[in-house]
Design a protein around this ligand. Structure first.
Ligand code: G3P
Length: 221
């Protein structure tokens, strides 16, 4: 994954599910191509295959489980998302928290498969812990700002700055941030704070015009 990056988390929004996921991913691809900014589509497991077949931008899973082939009904096999066309996965999102031991083992499973890991952390304390597990990226996302359209980079810059400082004591893992990111200025501010990009959901998935929203985000990169 190149940086700076905008990871669009499709979550389970209706506007980003099934056929709508393909449509949104195509808008991401168009803007990525025109702007030359890396845009990643983090889609639902059931949509990975059709989205990956429809676009050339990186497609991520939103989660994978620490399991291997075998008796694991209903779990998400890392090998399976890889075979479906995902090149990475989010892990430990605020909406899908993991026990630290499981998180560490899952990151290691993904490494073996060369699946890029973007591990979320709520604050500097959690960021320092997950940095020890050496994921490819750490995304700082204060849960209370998620979905509010008030950007972490503007209203909680100290959470981002202090998390980066805490991570640097442990590793050089590149850091992203997310929660409430709404426009290009929020992205610009996030990068000024020392991040390599953002995770975003609401402002893109719920936009009346996806392409216009995405164009706004890459405006100052
Ligand atoms: O993973 C990104 C996400 O949690 C941020 O959500 O809706 O605040 O952009 P949102």
């Amino acid at each position: 994954m190149r940086t700076p990056v905008i990871i669009v988390n499709f979550k389970t929004y209706q506007q980003a599910t099934g056929k709508n996921a393909v449509k949104l991913a195509k808008a991401c691809e168009k803007v990525a191509k025109e702007s030359k900014v890396e845009i990643v589509a983090a889609v639902q497991t059931a949509d990975i295959s059709k989205v990956a077949n429809a676009v050339k931008i990186p497609v991520f899973a939103q989660h994978v489980d620490k399991i291997s082939y075998g008796k694991n009904t209903g779990f998400i096999l890392p090998e399976s998302v890889k075979k479906s066309g995902a090149s990475g996965t989010l892990l430990n999102h605020a909406e899908h928290k993991l026990d630290y031991k499981i998180l560490k083992d899952t990151i290691n499973s993904c490494k073996k498969l060369k699946l890029t890991t973007v591990v979320c952390a709520a604050n500097k304390k959690e960021a320092a812990v997950v940095a020890k597990f050496k994921p490819n990226f750490i995304a700082v996302e204060p849960p209370e700002l998620i979905g509010k359209l008030v950007s972490v980079s503007k209203v909680e810059p100290d959470v981002v700055i202090s998390s980066i400082a805490a991570i640097r004591k442990v590793s050089s893992t590149p850091v992203l941030c997310g929660a409430g990111v709404a426009n290009g200025e929020d992205v610009k501010k996030a990068i000024e704070l020392g991040t390599k990009g953002v995770l975003i959901a609401t402002a893109v998935t719920k936009a009346k015009n996806h392409e216009a929203a995405l164009k706004g985000l890459v405006k100052y990169i």
